[in-house]
Design a protein around this ligand. Structure first.
Ligand code: G
Ligand code: G
Ligand code: NA
Length: 250
């Protein structure tokens, strides 16, 4: 079909672009790092990474896609001269089931003159495997190579919160659903507060995702969330300014 042809073209590297969105310290305004977000061709349903990754999974081409996204992200990060940490999204599958993949990430970094301590690997809480033993082994392996870990979209499944925290990720990212409108929602405030408390015990830093409003940012800071990402600061961008003009609350 037309879509599977497009998928192959994307996997060959053509038409795949990487956008970057900053993650900042809301107190100092300093950029902590950048999340790489991939995009297919703008006129295709595969523009959305959600659709793109679902298609790739269905055609058994997930690891090929992840490798090309990785290559492009590293190349573009260097090309743009961005400073700070590079946050990369990976599927749990690739991290858990393919130990070779760890080596591939490592080798690609070396090719680009980057080191694992500049990389934060984001795993989404919801698309987790049931094989917790394998997951833990995969994460331990990556940490031993010097990578940092982040749990993405935290809050989508509250029951799994404790088990994720057990893996002592350097970062946890709170899903934007819990951020949106937090300034007028005491339940969301309590939820975020409890994540901040548990994360502190685990030594994880908390990032609030999808911050769009100043009032929500203010509320997040009251709950102890100082690292933020969202349209309020900057949208994901093909050519981001390396110095993000931040609007920091006094
Ligand atoms: O940028 P956008 O909101 O369209 O992203 C939608 C989803 O796609 C997000 O959950 C994001 O984590 C995921 N995504 C974006 N880029 C990548 C990528 O390079 N790899 C993986 N596995 N997921 C990605
Ligand atoms: O699941 P993950 O955290 O990787 O999702 C990142 C997605 O969230 C990207 O698709 C990005 O475009 C989107 N995003 C980033 N900031 C905001 C925001 O402030 N509001 C909304 N609605 N989406 C955002
Ligand atoms: Na992410």
């Amino acid at each position: 079909t037309q879509l599977s042809i497009e998928l192959d073209q994307i996997i060959e590297g053509a038409q795949l672009t990487i956008h970057f969105q900053p993650i900042i310290d809301a107190n100092s305004g300093q950029v902590l790092g950048w999340e790489a977000l991939c995009r297919g061709p703008s006129d295709s349903p595969l523009h959305s990474p959600l659709v793109l990754f679902e298609m790739a999974a269905r055609f058994n081409k997930l690891s090929k896609l992840e490798l090309i996204v990785l290559k492009k992200s590293l190349m573009r990060f260097k090309e743009l001269g961005l400073a700070g940490l590079l946050f990369l999204n990976f599927t749990v599958d690739s991290v858990v089931t393919s130990i070779n993949f760890h080596r591939e990430i490592f080798d690609e970094l070396q090719l680009n003159g980057l080191s694992p301590n500049q990389i934060v690997i984001e795993l989404t809480e919801t698309r987790a495997t049931d094989d917790l033993f394998a997951l833990e082994r995969g994460i331990t392996g990556l940490k031993e190579l010097g990578f940092s870990m982040a749990i993405d979209d935290l809050g989508e499944g509250f029951a799994s919160l404790k088990r994720w925290i057990k893996m002592l990720p350097q970062f946890v990212k709170i899903d934007r659903h819990f951020i949106d409108g937090i300034h007028k929602d005491t339940l969301k405030q309590q939820f975020v507060k409890s994540i901040v408390d548990i994360a502190a015990k685990a030594g994880s830093k908390v990032i609030g995702e999808g911050v769009e409003e100043e009032a929500d940012l203010r509320s997040l800071r009251i709950q102890g969330v100082n690292l933020i990402q969202g349209y309020l600061i900057a949208k994901p961008c093909y050519e981001p300014l390396s110095t993000v003009e931040t609007r920091i609350l006094k």
